[in-house]
Design a protein around this ligand. Structure first.
Ligand SMILES: Nc1nc2c(c(=O)[nH]1)N[C@H]1C(S)=C(S)[C@@H](COP(=O)(O)OP(=O)(O)OC[C@H]3O[C@@H](n4cnc5c(N)ncnc54)[C@H](O)[C@@H]3O)O[C@H]1N2
Ligand code: MOO
Length: 418
């Protein structure tokens, strides 16, 4: 870096970018499609959970009044209640009804004994005329009362909650088929560069495999986004503009890689500078050249575009520091919560470029209880931006402050989990 180069704090770059991002309009979606999405409205239970009082065991339902707890008793069996059927009559005192797990309790019965605690065989056997209960359970045993999980009209899920597998089950149990959420962000990814070849394609001349578009697409999916496009575009300005417009039509966010530094053929910079895009040199290593802007598409929609540098580790770092907070804001989540930050102990000595936050892919290893975890760089060359083949070893990014030039072994650093 030249000493005269003026670099922007990455937090300032992020703040100016986020200030222009507007969350997507909430929408009603099928509950089953809502995994990972944020609720825009609370889910208030329309049903009691469970919806009716039912048996927790395959066995016999009876009225416990007057029966000796732990004693033995023989009762006539008045009928059968498989799950999904309504009892045909009330349970009278001194009667038993055979009942299956989840089946509705007959009125008059308050207790269930499981079949193993009777003289009856478990399994598909004919309905007996009577049953001997070896040990009468306490009153109320093996019965799940209507509304004991959640009464009707109570809050199942709060607005702002992220739909997890459990939240999906809870909403459906509360009587919902659809929930109002911030929709899944559709992300279009354009890797630029005339040197790029598709995955596995034979490489002629000085071509290289395009790892960025697939890296970004996978990162988008991990972040619960939908990938609307992921592919390459050569270094032709007109072609890039056309590709960007087309991809933006079907996307809520477009992320490009490459073409933003100081070369003679910077297709992204040349393509969108006159569209009012902001380009900045950010105090990050890797990830210095950054930019963003908006493309207006049909219906007056303004689609944000983030222009990441082309080096693969720069894409990886920029994704975590900038794209994830933008995705969070578009999705109705707090961008400040886009990362899990923690402290860790560096086990080896480390140097860092003066004036830039160095971001190093590292392996974070949990410490003993009460101790901070430790980190080790995933490649001996540390944070160099072309080290794509060792990216998979990283489970965290270590951030070394701008004013730190060397990190002594066993010092404490900030890491973000990835
Ligand atoms: N004179 C200067 N040169 C450079 C500067 C600078 O400040 N002054 N900054 C350097 C930094 S830092 C970075 S980062 C790169 C960013 O360059 P670009 O964003 O323009 O990216 P490209 O030149 O297109 O590519 C950089 C590098 O990454 C490889 N690459 C690109 N796309 C892919 C892809 N889809 N998959 C895999 N690898 C990709 C490409 O072959 C280059 O090696 O600029 C420095 N130069
Ligand atoms: O800043 Mo660049 O992103 O080092 O490779």
């Amino acid at each position: 870096m030249s000493n005269t180069e003026k670099l922007l704090d990455y937090q300032d770059f992020l703040a100016s970018l986020l200030a222009e991002i507007v969350p997507l309009a909430p929408r009603e979606l099928p509950v089953g499609d809502s995994l990972g999405l944020t609720l825009a409205e609370p889910v208030i239970s329309r049903l009691s959970v469970p919806p009716f009082t039912n048996s927790a065991m395959d066995g016999f339902a009876f009225n416990s009044a007057g029966l000796p707890v732990d004693g033995s008793v023989t009762l006539p069996v008045a009928g059968d209640i498989p799950a999904g059927t309504d009892p045909s009559a009330d349970c009278q005192p001194g009667q038993a009804w055979r009942i299956m797990t989840g089946a509705k309790m007959p009125a008059g019965a308050d207790t269930v004994v499981k079949v193993e605690d009777t003289d009856q065989k478990p399994g598909p056997v004919p309905l007996p005329e009577q049953v001997t209960i070896h040990r009468v359970p306490r009153a109320g045993a093996n019965v799940r009362r209507a509304g004991e999980d959640l009464p009707v009209g109570s809050e199942v899920l709060a607005a702002g909650e992220v739909m997890s597998p459990g939240a999906i089950a809870s909403a459906i149990s509360g009587g919902y088929a659809k929930v109002t959420v911030f929709p899944r962000v559709r992300v279009g990814i354009i890797a630029t560069g005339s040197e790029l070849a598709g995955a596995g394609a034979s490489l002629e001349g000085s071509m290289i495999p395009d790892s960025n578009s697939s890296l970004a697409a996978a990162l988008a999916r991990v972040a619960q986004a939908e990938v609307s496009f992921a592919g390459q575009c050569g270094d032709d300005v007109a072609q890039f503009r056309e590709t960007l417009r087309q991809v933006a039509e079907t996307s809520d966010l477009v992320v490009t890689s490459g073409g933003v530094s100081a070369g003679a053929y910077e297709v992204v910079k040349q393509g969108v500078s006159e569209w009012g895009f902001h380009f900045a040199r950010v105090a990050l290593q890797p990830g210095k050249p950054q930019g963003y802007g908006f493309v207006e598409v049909s219906g007056g929609r303004r689609v944000p575009v983030l222009t990441l540098p082309g080096n693969p580790v720069s894409v990886f770092v920029s994704w975590h520091l900038f794209v994830l907070p933008v995705l969070a804001k578009l999705s109705g989540r707090d961008p400040d919560q886009a990362h899990v930050c923690r402290e860790a102990t560096v086990v080896e000595e480390w140097t860092s470029p003066r004036g830039k936050v160095q971001v190093v892919p590292v392996r974070l290893t949990p410490g003993q209880p009460g101790e901070t975890p430790t980190v080790q760089r995933t490649h001996r060359l540390g944070s160099k931006s072309h080290l794509v083949a060792s990216l998979h070893k990283a489970n965290a990014l270590m951030l070394i402050d701008r004013d730190v030039e060397s990190v002594a072994p066993w010092s404490i650093v900030k890491v973000i989990e990835i």
